[in-house]
Design a protein around this ligand. Structure first.
Ligand SMILES: Nc1ncnc2c1ncn2[C@@H]1O[C@H](COP(=O)(O)OP(=O)(O)O)[C@@H](O)[C@H]1O
Length: 351
Protein backbone atom coordinates (compact mmCIF):
# COMPACT_ATOMS: atom_id res chain seq x y z
CA UNK A 1 0.00 0.00 0.00
CA UNK A 2 1.33 3.44 -0.87
CA UNK A 3 1.90 5.82 1.97
CA UNK A 4 1.73 9.53 1.86
CA UNK A 5 3.73 11.79 4.10
CA UNK A 6 1.98 14.90 5.25
CA UNK A 7 3.17 17.30 7.89
CA UNK A 8 1.37 20.43 8.93
CA UNK A 9 3.20 23.69 8.55
CA UNK A 10 3.30 25.91 11.61
CA UNK A 11 0.85 28.50 10.34
CA UNK A 12 -1.43 26.98 7.73
CA UNK A 13 -3.04 29.55 5.48
CA UNK A 14 -5.68 29.25 2.84
CA UNK A 15 -7.85 31.87 1.35
CA UNK A 16 -10.71 31.09 -0.94
CA UNK A 17 -12.54 33.47 -3.21
CA UNK A 18 -15.93 33.09 -4.70
CA UNK A 19 -16.93 34.65 -7.98
CA UNK A 20 -20.58 35.06 -8.74
CA UNK A 21 -21.11 34.89 -12.46
CA UNK A 22 -23.85 36.39 -14.54
CA UNK A 23 -26.75 34.09 -15.30
CA UNK A 24 -26.77 32.79 -11.75
CA UNK A 25 -23.74 30.57 -12.25
CA UNK A 26 -21.17 30.39 -9.51
CA UNK A 27 -17.49 29.68 -9.89
CA UNK A 28 -15.36 28.75 -6.93
CA UNK A 29 -11.79 29.99 -6.83
CA UNK A 30 -9.52 28.67 -4.17
CA UNK A 31 -6.04 29.93 -3.48
CA UNK A 32 -3.94 27.98 -1.11
CA UNK A 33 -0.88 27.79 1.04
CA UNK A 34 0.36 25.50 3.89
CA UNK A 35 1.00 21.73 4.47
CA UNK A 36 4.05 20.11 3.12
CA UNK A 37 4.07 16.71 1.45
CA UNK A 38 6.41 13.97 0.47
CA UNK A 39 5.21 10.72 -1.02
CA UNK A 40 6.71 7.29 -0.91
CA UNK A 41 5.48 3.73 -0.74
CA UNK A 42 6.14 1.09 1.91
CA UNK A 43 9.41 0.05 0.23
CA UNK A 44 10.73 3.57 0.17
CA UNK A 45 9.98 4.00 -3.55
CA UNK A 46 7.86 6.85 -4.78
CA UNK A 47 5.09 5.49 -6.94
CA UNK A 48 2.40 8.06 -6.27
CA UNK A 49 2.97 11.11 -8.35
CA UNK A 50 3.22 13.85 -5.77
CA UNK A 51 0.06 15.72 -6.58
CA UNK A 52 1.04 18.73 -4.54
CA UNK A 53 4.31 18.80 -6.43
CA UNK A 54 2.79 18.94 -9.87
CA UNK A 55 4.02 21.85 -11.89
CA UNK A 56 2.04 24.85 -10.69
CA UNK A 57 -0.48 25.84 -13.31
CA UNK A 58 -1.36 29.36 -14.15
CA UNK A 59 -4.67 30.01 -12.39
CA UNK A 60 -5.88 32.44 -15.00
CA UNK A 61 -6.01 30.02 -17.94
CA UNK A 62 -8.05 27.29 -16.26
CA UNK A 63 -10.21 29.94 -14.60
CA UNK A 64 -11.06 31.39 -17.97
CA UNK A 65 -11.85 27.88 -19.21
CA UNK A 66 -14.13 27.24 -16.26
CA UNK A 67 -15.89 30.57 -16.73
CA UNK A 68 -16.35 29.79 -20.44
CA UNK A 69 -17.69 26.37 -19.55
CA UNK A 70 -20.13 27.64 -16.98
CA UNK A 71 -21.28 30.55 -19.15
CA UNK A 72 -21.77 28.14 -22.02
CA UNK A 73 -23.67 25.73 -19.83
CA UNK A 74 -25.87 28.56 -18.51
CA UNK A 75 -26.58 30.19 -21.84
CA UNK A 76 -26.82 27.55 -24.52
CA UNK A 77 -27.22 24.23 -22.81
CA UNK A 78 -25.63 20.87 -23.49
CA UNK A 79 -23.83 21.16 -26.84
CA UNK A 80 -21.87 24.32 -26.11
CA UNK A 81 -21.14 23.11 -22.63
CA UNK A 82 -19.78 19.81 -23.86
CA UNK A 83 -17.71 21.55 -26.52
CA UNK A 84 -16.25 23.86 -23.86
CA UNK A 85 -15.77 20.87 -21.59
CA UNK A 86 -13.99 18.94 -24.35
CA UNK A 87 -11.67 21.89 -24.92
CA UNK A 88 -10.95 22.05 -21.22
CA UNK A 89 -10.43 18.30 -20.93
CA UNK A 90 -8.04 18.38 -23.86
CA UNK A 91 -6.07 21.18 -22.25
CA UNK A 92 -5.96 19.32 -18.94
CA UNK A 93 -5.04 16.04 -20.67
CA UNK A 94 -2.26 17.76 -22.62
CA UNK A 95 -0.78 18.97 -19.35
CA UNK A 96 -0.82 15.46 -18.01
CA UNK A 97 0.67 13.53 -20.88
CA UNK A 98 4.28 13.80 -19.71
CA UNK A 99 4.81 10.76 -17.46
CA UNK A 100 6.25 11.77 -14.08
CA UNK A 101 9.82 10.47 -13.70
CA UNK A 102 10.85 9.36 -10.21
CA UNK A 103 13.83 11.73 -10.05
CA UNK A 104 11.75 14.64 -11.30
CA UNK A 105 8.92 13.86 -8.91
CA UNK A 106 11.31 13.54 -5.96
CA UNK A 107 12.88 16.88 -6.81
CA UNK A 108 9.49 18.53 -7.12
CA UNK A 109 8.45 16.87 -3.84
CA UNK A 110 11.51 18.31 -2.09
CA UNK A 111 10.78 21.74 -3.51
CA UNK A 112 7.14 21.44 -2.55
CA UNK A 113 7.99 20.24 0.95
CA UNK A 114 9.83 23.49 1.45
CA UNK A 115 6.70 25.46 0.64
CA UNK A 116 3.77 25.91 2.91
CA UNK A 117 0.60 24.26 1.80
CA UNK A 118 -2.79 23.32 3.22
CA UNK A 119 -4.51 19.98 2.98
CA UNK A 120 -6.75 19.98 -0.06
CA UNK A 121 -8.04 16.42 -0.09
CA UNK A 122 -11.02 14.66 -1.60
CA UNK A 123 -12.73 11.55 -0.24
CA UNK A 124 -14.36 9.23 -2.76
CA UNK A 125 -16.32 6.06 -2.16
CA UNK A 126 -19.73 4.45 -2.44
CA UNK A 127 -22.68 5.46 -0.27
CA UNK A 128 -22.26 4.07 3.24
CA UNK A 129 -18.53 3.38 2.94
CA UNK A 130 -17.65 5.79 5.74
CA UNK A 131 -16.41 8.88 3.90
CA UNK A 132 -18.04 11.15 6.47
CA UNK A 133 -16.65 9.22 9.44
CA UNK A 134 -13.02 9.20 8.29
CA UNK A 135 -13.05 12.62 6.62
CA UNK A 136 -14.39 14.25 9.80
CA UNK A 137 -11.84 12.45 12.00
CA UNK A 138 -9.03 13.60 9.71
CA UNK A 139 -10.41 17.12 9.61
CA UNK A 140 -10.27 17.30 13.42
CA UNK A 141 -6.77 15.86 13.44
CA UNK A 142 -5.41 18.23 10.79
CA UNK A 143 -7.44 21.30 11.72
CA UNK A 144 -9.05 21.68 8.31
CA UNK A 145 -12.78 21.83 7.58
CA UNK A 146 -14.65 18.72 6.49
CA UNK A 147 -17.01 19.84 3.76
CA UNK A 148 -19.63 17.24 2.84
CA UNK A 149 -21.89 18.23 -0.03
CA UNK A 150 -24.51 15.72 1.18
CA UNK A 151 -24.71 17.74 4.43
CA UNK A 152 -25.03 20.97 2.44
CA UNK A 153 -27.90 19.43 0.48
CA UNK A 154 -29.60 18.19 3.68
CA UNK A 155 -29.16 21.63 5.32
CA UNK A 156 -30.79 23.21 2.29
CA UNK A 157 -33.62 20.68 2.48
CA UNK A 158 -34.14 21.39 6.17
CA UNK A 159 -34.16 25.14 5.59
CA UNK A 160 -37.38 24.90 3.55
CA UNK A 161 -35.85 27.44 1.18
CA UNK A 162 -36.90 27.84 -2.46
CA UNK A 163 -34.81 24.84 -3.56
CA UNK A 164 -36.00 22.41 -0.94
CA UNK A 165 -39.04 20.91 -2.69
CA UNK A 166 -37.09 20.35 -5.89
CA UNK A 167 -34.15 18.89 -3.95
CA UNK A 168 -36.30 16.56 -1.83
CA UNK A 169 -37.71 14.90 -4.93
CA UNK A 170 -34.25 14.28 -6.40
CA UNK A 171 -32.47 13.23 -3.21
CA UNK A 172 -35.22 10.93 -1.98
CA UNK A 173 -34.94 8.95 -5.19
CA UNK A 174 -31.18 8.68 -4.75
CA UNK A 175 -30.45 10.77 -7.84
CA UNK A 176 -27.76 13.41 -8.16
CA UNK A 177 -28.71 17.06 -8.01
CA UNK A 178 -27.52 19.26 -10.86
CA UNK A 179 -23.90 20.39 -11.01
CA UNK A 180 -25.09 23.99 -10.98
CA UNK A 181 -27.00 23.60 -7.70
CA UNK A 182 -24.24 21.64 -6.01
CA UNK A 183 -21.53 24.12 -7.08
CA UNK A 184 -23.73 26.91 -5.83
CA UNK A 185 -24.12 25.28 -2.40
CA UNK A 186 -20.40 24.48 -2.23
CA UNK A 187 -19.47 28.03 -3.19
CA UNK A 188 -21.62 29.46 -0.42
CA UNK A 189 -20.01 27.08 2.07
CA UNK A 190 -16.49 28.02 0.96
CA UNK A 191 -17.32 31.69 1.14
CA UNK A 192 -18.62 31.29 4.70
CA UNK A 193 -15.43 29.44 5.63
CA UNK A 194 -13.30 32.08 3.99
CA UNK A 195 -15.02 34.79 6.01
CA UNK A 196 -14.24 32.80 9.15
CA UNK A 197 -10.59 32.37 8.16
CA UNK A 198 -10.81 28.65 7.41
CA UNK A 199 -7.80 26.94 5.98
CA UNK A 200 -7.65 23.93 3.63
CA UNK A 201 -10.42 21.37 3.21
CA UNK A 202 -11.37 17.75 3.05
CA UNK A 203 -14.14 17.39 0.50
CA UNK A 204 -16.59 14.53 0.90
CA UNK A 205 -19.22 13.84 -1.77
CA UNK A 206 -17.69 16.25 -4.29
CA UNK A 207 -16.74 15.76 -7.07
CA UNK A 208 -19.24 13.07 -7.95
CA UNK A 209 -19.15 13.38 -11.71
CA UNK A 210 -16.26 13.83 -14.13
CA UNK A 211 -17.75 17.20 -15.04
CA UNK A 212 -17.54 18.30 -11.38
CA UNK A 213 -13.97 16.95 -11.18
CA UNK A 214 -13.00 18.95 -14.27
CA UNK A 215 -14.53 22.12 -12.83
CA UNK A 216 -12.68 21.61 -9.54
CA UNK A 217 -9.48 20.78 -11.38
CA UNK A 218 -9.78 24.00 -13.29
CA UNK A 219 -9.96 26.20 -10.22
CA UNK A 220 -7.69 24.59 -7.66
CA UNK A 221 -5.07 21.90 -7.10
CA UNK A 222 -6.30 18.87 -5.22
CA UNK A 223 -3.38 17.24 -3.44
CA UNK A 224 -4.71 13.79 -2.82
CA UNK A 225 -7.84 11.72 -3.32
CA UNK A 226 -8.60 8.92 -0.86
CA UNK A 227 -10.80 6.22 -2.37
CA UNK A 228 -12.48 4.20 0.40
CA UNK A 229 -13.60 0.72 -0.61
CA UNK A 230 -15.89 -1.90 0.90
CA UNK A 231 -17.84 -4.82 -0.56
CA UNK A 232 -21.32 -4.01 -1.81
CA UNK A 233 -23.35 -6.29 0.50
CA UNK A 234 -21.73 -4.57 3.49
CA UNK A 235 -22.43 -1.12 2.02
CA UNK A 236 -26.14 -1.87 1.79
CA UNK A 237 -26.27 -3.17 5.38
CA UNK A 238 -24.37 -0.12 6.62
CA UNK A 239 -26.72 2.32 4.86
CA UNK A 240 -29.76 0.55 6.27
CA UNK A 241 -28.30 0.70 9.81
CA UNK A 242 -27.39 4.39 9.58
CA UNK A 243 -29.12 6.79 11.99
CA UNK A 244 -28.67 10.49 12.67
CA UNK A 245 -29.37 12.27 15.93
CA UNK A 246 -31.95 14.92 15.05
CA UNK A 247 -30.59 17.14 17.81
CA UNK A 248 -26.79 17.00 17.63
CA UNK A 249 -26.58 15.86 13.98
CA UNK A 250 -24.07 13.08 14.73
CA UNK A 251 -24.11 9.87 12.67
CA UNK A 252 -24.47 6.42 14.23
CA UNK A 253 -24.90 2.91 12.93
CA UNK A 254 -27.05 0.19 14.45
CA UNK A 255 -25.88 -2.53 12.05
CA UNK A 256 -23.52 -5.20 13.31
CA UNK A 257 -21.62 -6.38 10.25
CA UNK A 258 -20.27 -9.89 10.50
CA UNK A 259 -19.58 -11.28 7.04
CA UNK A 260 -17.62 -14.46 6.44
CA UNK A 261 -14.73 -14.41 3.99
CA UNK A 262 -15.70 -16.12 0.71
CA UNK A 263 -14.82 -16.12 -2.98
CA UNK A 264 -11.42 -14.61 -2.20
CA UNK A 265 -12.92 -11.75 -0.17
CA UNK A 266 -11.72 -11.31 3.43
CA UNK A 267 -14.15 -11.59 6.37
CA UNK A 268 -15.40 -8.28 7.71
CA UNK A 269 -16.52 -7.49 11.21
CA UNK A 270 -17.82 -4.07 12.20
CA UNK A 271 -19.23 -3.26 15.59
CA UNK A 272 -22.35 -1.09 15.62
CA UNK A 273 -21.61 2.56 16.29
CA UNK A 274 -24.17 3.12 19.03
CA UNK A 275 -25.36 6.55 20.16
CA UNK A 276 -25.05 7.78 23.75
CA UNK A 277 -28.23 7.54 25.84
CA UNK A 278 -29.21 11.17 25.32
CA UNK A 279 -29.29 10.71 21.51
CA UNK A 280 -31.07 7.36 21.55
CA UNK A 281 -34.63 8.73 21.52
CA UNK A 282 -33.82 11.33 18.84
CA UNK A 283 -32.53 9.03 16.12
CA UNK A 284 -33.85 9.49 12.60
CA UNK A 285 -33.24 7.57 9.38
CA UNK A 286 -32.35 9.43 6.21
CA UNK A 287 -35.20 9.28 3.68
CA UNK A 288 -32.70 8.02 1.07
CA UNK A 289 -31.49 5.12 3.24
CA UNK A 290 -34.24 2.67 2.22
CA UNK A 291 -33.06 -0.50 0.46
CA UNK A 292 -34.53 0.48 -2.91
CA UNK A 293 -32.99 3.95 -2.85
CA UNK A 294 -29.64 2.68 -1.55
CA UNK A 295 -29.42 0.21 -4.46
CA UNK A 296 -30.27 3.03 -6.84
CA UNK A 297 -27.56 5.22 -5.28
CA UNK A 298 -25.03 2.41 -5.66
CA UNK A 299 -25.96 2.05 -9.32
CA UNK A 300 -25.66 5.80 -9.85
CA UNK A 301 -22.30 5.73 -8.06
CA UNK A 302 -21.05 3.02 -10.42
CA UNK A 303 -22.32 4.86 -13.50
CA UNK A 304 -21.54 8.48 -12.65
CA UNK A 305 -18.98 8.59 -9.85
CA UNK A 306 -16.69 5.64 -10.51
CA UNK A 307 -15.27 7.40 -13.59
CA UNK A 308 -14.09 10.13 -11.17
CA UNK A 309 -11.77 7.50 -9.62
CA UNK A 310 -10.23 6.98 -13.08
CA UNK A 311 -9.91 10.75 -13.53
CA UNK A 312 -7.77 11.06 -10.40
CA UNK A 313 -5.98 7.72 -10.91
CA UNK A 314 -4.74 9.04 -14.22
CA UNK A 315 -3.39 12.11 -12.43
CA UNK A 316 -1.53 9.89 -9.93
CA UNK A 317 -3.55 11.33 -7.04
CA UNK A 318 -5.68 8.35 -6.07
CA UNK A 319 -4.89 6.51 -2.85
CA UNK A 320 -6.94 3.28 -2.76
CA UNK A 321 -7.91 2.18 0.73
CA UNK A 322 -9.75 -1.11 1.39
CA UNK A 323 -11.43 -0.81 4.78
CA UNK A 324 -10.31 -3.81 6.84
CA UNK A 325 -13.22 -3.55 9.34
CA UNK A 326 -14.80 -0.97 11.63
CA UNK A 327 -13.24 2.18 13.06
CA UNK A 328 -10.90 0.39 15.54
CA UNK A 329 -9.25 -1.57 12.73
CA UNK A 330 -9.51 0.98 9.92
CA UNK A 331 -8.55 4.26 11.60
CA UNK A 332 -5.01 3.25 12.66
CA UNK A 333 -4.41 1.67 9.26
CA UNK A 334 -5.60 4.80 7.48
CA UNK A 335 -3.35 6.97 9.67
CA UNK A 336 -0.49 4.60 8.82
CA UNK A 337 -0.91 4.85 5.05
CA UNK A 338 -1.28 8.62 5.37
CA UNK A 339 1.77 8.64 7.64
CA UNK A 340 -0.13 10.62 10.23
CA UNK A 341 0.44 8.44 13.29
CA UNK A 342 2.84 10.99 14.77
CA UNK A 343 0.30 13.70 14.23
CA UNK A 344 -2.28 11.78 16.25
CA UNK A 345 0.19 10.96 19.02
CA UNK A 346 1.11 14.65 19.24
CA UNK A 347 -2.54 15.62 19.39
CA UNK A 348 -3.32 13.03 22.08
CA UNK A 349 -0.29 14.10 24.10
CA UNK A 350 -1.31 17.75 24.07
CA UNK A 351 -5.04 17.12 24.61
N1 LIG B 1 -21.52 16.34 -5.63
C1 LIG B 1 -22.83 16.05 -5.72
N2 LIG B 1 -23.45 16.09 -6.93
C2 LIG B 1 -24.77 15.83 -7.05
N3 LIG B 1 -25.56 15.49 -6.01
C3 LIG B 1 -24.99 15.43 -4.79
C4 LIG B 1 -23.60 15.71 -4.58
N4 LIG B 1 -23.32 15.59 -3.26
C5 LIG B 1 -24.46 15.24 -2.66
N5 LIG B 1 -25.46 15.14 -3.56
C6 LIG B 1 -26.89 14.78 -3.30
O1 LIG B 1 -27.03 14.57 -1.89
C7 LIG B 1 -27.38 13.20 -1.64
C8 LIG B 1 -26.72 12.74 -0.35
O2 LIG B 1 -25.31 12.81 -0.49
P1 LIG B 1 -24.34 12.04 0.52
O3 LIG B 1 -24.72 12.34 1.91
O4 LIG B 1 -22.95 12.37 0.10
O5 LIG B 1 -24.73 10.54 0.23
P2 LIG B 1 -23.97 9.15 0.16
O6 LIG B 1 -24.30 8.52 1.46
O7 LIG B 1 -24.72 8.53 -0.99
O8 LIG B 1 -22.52 9.29 -0.10
C9 LIG B 1 -26.94 12.46 -2.89
O9 LIG B 1 -27.64 11.24 -3.08
C10 LIG B 1 -27.26 13.47 -3.97
O10 LIG B 1 -28.65 13.54 -4.24
Amino acid sequence: MDRVHASTASSPRLSSRLLLQAAGVVVVVVESGALSYKYRNGQGEQTLKNPAASTPRSRSAPMAAVQRLLRASASSGGAAASAARRRMSTAVAAEQTAPPSFAGAAERARRRAAEERNVQWVFLGCPGVGKGTYASRLSRLLGVPHIATGDLVRDELASSGPLSVQLAEIVNQGKLVSDEIIINLLSKRLKKGEDQGESGFILDGFPRTVNQAEILDGVTDIDMVVNLKLREDVLVEKCLGRRICSQCGKNFNLACIDVKGENGLPPIYMEPLLPPNNCMSKLITRADDTEEVVRNRLKIYNDMSQPVEGFYRQQGKLLEFDLPGGIPESWPKLLHVLNLEDQEEMKLATA
